[in-house]
Design a binder for this molecule. Sequence first.
Ligand code: WT7
Length: 647
Amino acid sequence: MQKHIYNPNPEFSKNAAIPSMEAYWELQNRALEDYEGFWQGFADEKIDWLAPYDTVLDESDAPFYKWFTKGKLNVSNQCIDRHLSDKADKTAILFEGDRGEVEKISYLQLSQRVNKMANLLKNEFGIEKGDRVVLYMPMIPEAAYAMLACTRIGAVHSIVFGGFSSAALKDRIEDAQAKIVITADGAYRKGKPYLLKGVVDEALSRGGECVEAVLVVKRNNEEIEWVEGRDHNYNALITAQSDDCPFEPMDSEDPLFLLYTSGSTGKPKGVQHSTAGYILWAQMTTEWVFDVKEDDIFWCTADVGWITGHTYIVYGPLAAGTTTVMFEGVPTYPDAGRAWKMVQDHKITQFYTAPTAIRVLHKMGKDEPENYDLSSLKVLGTVGEPIDPTAWQWYYEKVGHSKCAIVDTWWQTETGGHIITPLPGATPIKPGCATFPLPGIMTEILSYEGVPKEADEPGLLCITKPWPSMLRNIWGDPERYKKAYFGDVSKEGRPVYFSGDGAVADKEGYITIVGRVDDVINVSGHRMGTAEIEAVVKEDDAVAEVAVVGCPHEIKGESIFIYIVLKEGHINKDIKNHINALLASEIGNIAKADHIIEVPGLPKTRSGKIMRRILRSIAKGEAITQDISTLEDPSIVKEIETTAREA
Ligand code: WT7
């Protein structure tokens, strides 16, 4: 079917950073002809180097690639100090609280607060270059101050999303061997205070001996437990700190942060990002893909606990010197007009969110955007999962008034920044298509043997050349890094980065993301490993066997569907609630299943491998078309189907 094409708004293109497909191809051809020269040009133009680098790309220890080796820089300088000469009074962070209060933090104020926090970490807690700092924070400006304070002194932050449970937090603290945890008493959501600090207490009561101190930001002043000697009050300590803390010159390849994410096997892995390559691409993509201009107000609705929040709430927008919006609340409170009211009130120019949020807002208030003045909007963005045509159309017409490009950005925690996306001033858009790789990024759709797929033939989405903002390692596990990302696909004898996603390109080269081909599911744009969920379910004494699959969901994209086989003699008494409670406590509420069904057995091959494809089909309610004759017991399929239908 020929899809309708939406051309860029010519008025917008006139002043766009990349104003046409010709300009796109000129850049991309430059990268194809002289890859290192291409990146060198941007590194020299964009980064405030404290000492020059000697090599653009060092491939000698592939796949442990190094970029801009021996160069010195500091990310907090890149995001703050270097802007102070001309942007001291410009708003860096525009914070809106859940209850509607607004605080505008200028670049000068940001500098002062980050310097104070850096001094606090250094002087009171002895945090040094290379130390790991875990952040378990709500969406308040102090989260950004803490991130930037870490980068200022060369500490490595690891943010744990506030929705993760104490057990998940403990695992991440221990894996990173963090010296300090920065948290808050709590924050506000939907008009009510909620608590966060208790989760840290619980995590540390279960382990995390490496932690010497907990720094607590007071946000809602709810009553919390206090461990004398371990817990420290940020608000009381910060006032005495000097607002001058010289930044540490960091090596290009020094780790900037860790961010744990789920894979197809085992425990979550600590994705390790670098200093120079990451910040370069965070800034460049903010400038190219969102086309930020001097007076723009940029709002990314993600949480700082995910990579989207790292790159497009904090690092990208601040490195680009723009105003970034940070929102504590949820876009549906007090009503479905909240997000649109914020766009109107703050004259937001770029709005970046997840398809799940768009579907929720659409469902709750189809005509709600009409009640607000959304004329300030120039670029709309989506991320995290494929966007369906209904959501796309509504977003384009009702929110963007058919004049804003929608950038459907495909990327991952591991890629650091955007990889495949339309450019708002250049790319003719086909809805649902992530379109083309950005200039400098070399993607290919391959078979496992590394053979490029023909047009319209789905294959494995690979990135065939290293890029500056790629992950550098999995914290403490280089073997897993090699295996997880470079172990599946080789091209012409060289291992290439495989994303875990399937994709297809049409005859014009437009790339559509098909979704994960591994055992990772995507619930509301959150990545969950089925193996990780299965390991938790197995902790239930009554469970003999378990298989977890993703099931299409109208709002969430995918939901969690669990098949369990009970041990003999056990009865199914309240087991569903029990399993969901276990998932909530071991991982977090985001891991709760929509469906848990008890089946007499699982479909297995004679060698004992579970045929998940069959389970996925049954979860979807699809007829089984696969060949089931290779199963050890083909009759089990009928039985599972019947149970699923009844459930
Ligand atoms: C996975 C990465 C990157 C920030 C948010 C998620 C899926 C991401 C898209 C998109 C279709 C997408 C992929 C990818 N994904 N963006 N525009 N269209 N799918 O980061 O948790 O690392 O998850 O999200 O499956 O592999 P993440």
